[in-house]
Ligand binder design. Structure first.
Ligand code: GLC
Ligand code: MG
Length: 249
């Protein structure tokens, strides 16, 4: 059994089905002890909301936490975001100008303060308004020379990030540091902000059975033999996918 890098989203991917989560946790901690696999959580949550989830659910201690949609990386339980990653994202990012541009759109409703991060500005945006607002906002940001990336998830959350960030590139940063290639990496997700995990390279990908329409649509329009659409929901789907790829032999 070779070691591998296990990267998973939290809400509605790893978390959402307690019994399957307990089973998966058991297998993963066994594999971590025996084969030295690495566990990474890649979440949209800020560290504040991550700690709230941790207080409610039994989560294994990850080897790294990718938080705030890939804009913050915390290694080995550290409370300080990785400075190399932060420095990289700070180039060509101007948070105040992003906020000023967003203020032109009445449909953008700011998310709670805890989710406004140094490299992430987040709003609620309805699906109906999104079709009109997203292209307009994108072109305004571009016109102003702001190098940003818009990520829309679950038909309600809009994140504006520096162009060189998302969960996928953050995952690659760890891969490089720990020397895992795409065949030794499995990524798991359910929604729009996870698409970057599946599209950045050729990692083994598990799309859980309860995935959101935006991820399913992406999956169907980008067929790849190294992506697996599970039947089961949440951690049950991850278990199914890990078995499919032979990672849990
Ligand atoms: C999490 C974050 C939120 C973000 C969403 C989608 O719910 O708390 O800020 O918009 O993920 O990425
Ligand atoms: Mg999710």
């Amino acid at each position: 059994m070779a070691k591998f890098l296990f990267v998973t989203d939290l809400d509605n991917t790893l978390v959402g089905h307690d019994q399957a989560l307990a089973e998966l946790n058991h297998l993963l901690s066994q594999h971590r002890q025996e084969y030295g696999i690495r566990i990474v959580y890649a979440t949209g949550r800020s560290p504040i909301l991550y700690r709230q989830l941790k207080a409610q659910k039994h989560l294994l201690e990850p080897d790294a936490l990718i938080a705030a949609v890939g804009t913050e990386i915390y290694l080995n339980g550290s409370d300080t975001p990785d400075p190399v990653w932060a420095e990289r994202l700070s180039q060509k990012w101007n948070r105040d100008l992003v906020l000023a541009a967003s203020a032109h759109f009445a449909d953008l409703v700011p998310q709670p303060e805890s989710e406004q991060r140094p490299f992430k500005v987040s709003f609620f945006l309805t699906q109906t308004a999104a079709a009109e607002v997203l292209p307009q906002l994108e072109s305004l940001l571009q016109k102003q020379g702001l190098e940003t990336k818009l990520i829309y998830s679950t038909g309600q959350d809009l994140d504006i990030l520096p162009r060189r960030s998302d969960k996928g590139v953050a995952m690659q940063f760890l891969q490089k540091q720990w020397e895992f290639d795409s065949q030794q990496t499995v990524v798991c997700g359910d929604s729009g902000n996870d698409i970057a995990l599946f599209s950045v390279g050729e990692e083994r990908g598990v799309i859980v059975g309860n995935a959101q329409p935006e991820l399913l649509q992406w999956h169907w329009s980008h067929p790849a033999s190294y992506h697996y659409l599970a039947q089961a929901a949440c951690a049950g789907g991850i278990l199914e996918g890990l078995n499919h790829f032979g990672f849990l032999k």
